[in-house]
Design a protein around this ligand. Structure first.
Ligand SMILES: Nc1ncnc2c1ncn2[C@@H]1O[C@H](COP(=O)(O)OP(=O)(O)OP(=O)(O)O)[C@@H](O)[C@H]1O
Ligand SMILES: [Mg+2]
Length: 262
């Protein structure tokens, strides 16, 4: 395993303190939001639609700017350069349909290369070999590697999305509802792959979900989010039905029972 934390040994993989995020003409989504994630932890952010899961992940990924607060990776403030230490997996896969699976994976290194190389798809041999190895790791064949993303199934697309997130050897993987567009069987396969691939590399994962059963099955730690605030923080075994009701803002526990077995 590589040392992903040379600057500050012992520091959390991710540290948010006092983060404030509001949208122009929109709501205050996160207010004085603080959170630490330990290296190697598989942490699930569980919350209903509109609770602020994507906003939180986008602030960490640098896709949107918080209004205030501090975000640190291994003790170092988040900067564009440090973004290479963060891999992102998207709900809608976020692939370029006109590129092959392998080219999509290599695009995970685009920020480190000159624009002309990326435009002409002239990736160095080492990156090409890495992409092939990662595609094989996520269970895709050479035939899949050379197919355009538009010719892959949803489950195969998300395998490519995971390989792309891994290619920069990130110390933190952000996954925003990575299985929301997939059937139950593919969902379990993708969650298992994400967990194992992160574990092999010692990377921490912050994964947003709204499925209670998947959160229970895969999380080392669950953060329950409601209206941008943490209403539960603990291991899956500590998550009671009352806390699930608070996370999902429901007063009818029968709906929660239904969601648990869904
Ligand atoms: N670009 C934006 N401009 C204005 N408001 C926004 C924007 N993006 C999100 N919001 C608002 O911020 C709040 C949180 O949205 P967010 O997308 O973070 O929630 P979520 O938990 O990811 O929901 P979902 O489960 O549906 O993906 C919502 O009220 C939403 O309408
Ligand atoms: Mg979202």
């Amino acid at each position: 395993m590589t040392d992903k934390n040379p600057q500050a040994p012992g520091a959390p993989a991710l540290e948010l303190s006092g983060v404030l995020k509001s949208y122009k003409n929109g709501p205050v989504v996160l207010e004085d939001f603080s959170l630490n994630i330990a290296p190697g932890c598989f942490c699930v952010v569980l919350g209903s639609s509109g609770s602020g899961k994507s906003t939180l992940l986008k602030c960490i990924a640098g896709l949107t700017e918080p209004d205030a607060g501090d975000i640190r990776l291994h003790g170092t403030s988040l900067t564009r350069k440090r973004l290479r230490s963060v891999g992102m997996v998207h709900q809608d896969f976020g692939l370029s349909d006109r590129l092959t699976a392998a080219q999509n994976v290599m695009s995970g290194m685009a920020a480190t290369l000159s624009a002309w190389r990326v435009a002409l798809q002239l990736y160095p041999g080492q990156i090409q070999r890495q992409a092939c190895a990662l595609l094989s790791r996520v269970g895709l064949s050479e035939d899949h590697a050379n197919r355009r993303a538009s010719q892959l199934s949803g489950g195969q697309k998300q395998r490519v999305g995971i390989a792309r997130a891994l290619i920069s050897d990130p110390s933190l993987i952000l996954a925003d509802e990575p299985v929301a567009s997939l059937d139950p069987k593919s969902s379990v396969e993708i969650m298992t792959l994400l967990k194992n691939a992160a574990q092999e590399r010692g990377a921490a994962v912050l994964c947003s979900l709204h499925q209670i059963d998947l959160a229970r099955k895969y999380a080392d730690r669950i953060i329950g989010l409601s209206h941008g605030a943490i209403v539960f923080d603990g291991p899956p075994a500590a998550l009671t039905r009352e806390e699930m009701q608070a996370i999902f803002d429901m007063d009818d526990s029968s709906t929660i029972i239904h969601m648990e077995v869904a």
